[in-house]
Design a protein around this ligand. Structure first.
Ligand SMILES: [Zn+2]
Length: 230
């Protein structure tokens, strides 16, 4: 039996870079993290990159998680049914939030909230089935989707994170230390001590804020004056 786990143990660990493998259809870690970061915190303000179901389905399609026919079929089926659209969109948001909680919990070395774990485990139940088919030079891998295509896509995104947390390098996962950002990323630096998603933006902002705070503590009066002129 070919399990999904077997498919991810490619010798070149290509699952860690770029998009999903061409035929297996599993999501890469990059896809999983990109999904979580579609709810972005920019200077404390929430930026929703999946504001409508149409946009969300387009995102899944662009990340090779939905076939074109499935997307068209879904769009046709849900068109004119705002309640159903809303339900699917909310489901996507709930799974995304649950995955984030799992990642943050791992970074903070604590168990995740029960509800989030339950949500993630529900998402993990949905799968595509892989099977081998004859090819001119041996066999190749084919797959079949079962059940709801959005659930299938969420299952694969969830799986990409679950795989990293249990078999990958969870110690390299980071949540940007800028409290107004919280971007989730993999620290690929040599030292493994990267704290911010981007040194030029978040790193600088946090450093400037800390510097101001220190000056205020050390020279409460002079800082007030210099701040009012800056
Ligand atoms: Zn950041």
């Amino acid at each position: 039996m070919v399990t999904v786990t077997d498919l991810t143990t490619a010798p070149d660990a290509s699952a860690h870079a770029g998009h999903a493998a061409p035929h297996g259809h599993q999501a890469s870690l990059k896809d999983g993290l990109a999904f979580v970061n579609t709810l972005e915190y920019d200077r404390g303000r929430v930026k929703e990159h999946l504001p409508t179901l149409d946009v969300a389905l387009a995102w899944l399609f662009d990340h090779d998680l939905l076939h074109r026919e499935m997307r068209e079929d879904l769009t046709a089926r849900l068109a004119g049914d705002p309640t159903a659209e809303e339900r699917v969109l909310r489901r996507i948001g709930r799974v995304r939030a649950a995955i984030r909680e799992l990642l943050v919990a791992s970074v903070e070395h604590r168990p995740p909230a029960d509800r989030s774990l339950g949500e993630v485990n529900r998402a993990l139940r949905f799968h595509y089935v892989t099977y081998l088919v004859p090819a001119p030079d041996g066999v190749s891998l084919d797959h079949r989707h079962e059940g709801d295509p959005v659930e299938g896509a969420l299952g694969r995104l969830t799986e990409s994170i679950a795989r990293e947390l249990t078999q990958g390098r969870p110690e390299r996962l980071r949540v940007c230390e800028n409290p107004e950002c919280r971007w989730i990323f993999v620290d690929t630096s040599h030292s493994g001590r990267r704290k911010w998603c981007d040194m030029r933006t978040c790193g600088n902002r946090v450093k400037v804020a800390r510097h101001r705070q220190r000056r205020r503590e050390e020279h409460p009066v002079s800082t007030e004056v210099s701040d009012s002129h800056s």
